[in-house]
Design a binder for this molecule. Structure first.
Ligand code: PLP
Length: 397
């Protein structure tokens, strides 16, 4: 007889739960529904980017490259950081090309956080942020932002700061709430970060997805913030290349070696031919591309929000990014998972249960669903038609 094994997973593995986004995608596929759950861009990758990557593969650029990214890409990122964000970063010492912005966040957290450190995150949160912090033995400290305006409760934020606070995460425009932090809010956070001496990790991956005339503001450009801000972004969303796994971070030169080390340890380098592809995108796509992107997504946002209103699922109108959180309390179910399943059954539309973005004790966790509008015109139109058809049927009937 085999000896009883004492093998077990790590303590942290015992607490992991499967991603609800992925679960909903599987359910949606099963019923051949319209998937407004997962945040993958169904829109096409610009031709010149795709071609540049294909040519790079054909030309034999298929091996490891420098762990911090190929020089032309770091230089192109530095130019973009200066012209769009107003950040003056040295491509050699202050820019790290990463495997997606997820790789950048991983590198920043492993390089800067110790077990027991506290990191403040706003709710609704992007759970890859909070889950990674917890996986590293640090502690996410959650500050609720109330719907529909998601304004910061400044007292709550100030009171959440302790001697263990090492960083705060600012995701603007935000997934899932679509919040765009105002300059005043960013200044308030910057002031706290300087007074209490902590880092600011900014996730700016949706920096071009801005609506109603809003402008992107990067935390690193505020006075006194360049040293303590880790600016994270990537190409997944802007260039519709979520599967390419390409992002970057910009930081003060003193932090880069540790971040590059941890990124190297996991990824060695970001995919080399694809780095050539996005370099072409950065160098050749101009303001018109980014303006059209925002205008196109603004139309999609309006289309989806109209359909949600008709369906009796009151949306909170996003200021940026490409998700809508909607109040689904009119749908049957005890919690947001059941409501998401009810919607899938009735309308054939998949959304993500709010519980993926809120703590269990927050009431919105039970009522909210997240819808993504980074879809092709045809899929979004069909999803909206199905949602609108719930009108009058009485969602809770
Ligand atoms: N950050 C936020 C806020 C996101 O919503 C996502 C994807 O949905 C990511 C990061 C992942 O980006 P990447 O593909 O660059 O790793």
């Amino acid at each position: 007889m085999e000896k009883q094994s004492k093998l077990r997973t790590s303590a942290i593995s015992a607490s992991i739960v499967p991603s609800e986004i992925r679960i909903m995608s599987v359910e949606c596929e099963r019923v051949k529904g319209i998937n407004l759950a997962q945040g993958v861009c169904d829109t096409p990758t610009p031709d010149l980017i795709r071609r540049a990557a294909e040519e790079a593969i054909a030309a034999g650029i298929n091996q490891y490259v420098r762990m911090d990214g190929i020089p032309p890409l770091r230089q192109a990122i530095a130019r973009k950081l200066l012209s769009y964000n107003g950040i003056d970063a040295d491509p050699e010492r202050e820019v790290l090309v990463t495997s997606g912005s997820t790789g950048a966040f991983y590198a920043a957290c492993t390089a800067l956080l110790d077990p027991g450190d506290e990191v403040i995150a706003f709710e609704p949160f992007y759970n890859y942020h909070t889950n990674l912090i917890a996986a590293l033995g640090a502690k996410p400290v959650i500050i609720a932002l109330p719907a529909p305006d998601w304004e910061i409760d400044r007292d709550a934020l100030t009171h959440a700061i302790t001697s263990r606070t090492k960083a705060i995460i600012v995701n603007s425009p935000a997934n899932p709430g679509g919040k765009v932090f105002t300059r005043d809010e960013l200044e308030f956070i910057a002031d706290l970060a300087q007074r209490h001496d902590f880092f600011v990790f900014t996730d700016e991956i949706y920096e071009y997805f801005l609506y109603d005339g809003r402008k992107h503001i990067s935390m690193a450009t505020l006075p006194g913030m360049s040293e303590r801000t880790i600016t994270i972004s990537g190409f997944s969303k802007t260039f519709s290349v979520t599967g390419w796994r390409l992002g970057y971070l910009a930081c003060a030169a003193r932090w880069k070696p540790a971040m590059a080390y941890f990124h190297d340890l996991t990824y060695i380098c970001a995919p080399s031919p694809l780095q050539v592809g996005v370099t072409a995108g950065l160098n050749e796509l101009g303001d018109v591309f980014y303006a059209e992107l925002a205008a196109d997504y603004a139309n999609k946002r309006d289309m989806l929000c109209d359909a949600l209103m008709k369906a009796g699922l009151k949306p909170s109108i996003p200021q940026g990014a490409y998700y809508v959180l909607a109040d689904a309390s009119s749908l049957p179910g005890r919690d947001s998972k059941q409501r998401a399943m009810a919607l899938l059954e009735r309308a054939g539309v998949a959304a993500v249960p709010g519980s993926a973005f809120f703590r269990p004790e927050t009431p919105s966790a039970n009522n909210m669903l997240r819808f993504c509008f980074a879809k092709t015109e045809a899929d979004l139109a069909e999803g909206c038609r199905r949602l609108s058809a719930l009108e009058g049927a009485g969602a809770a009937a």
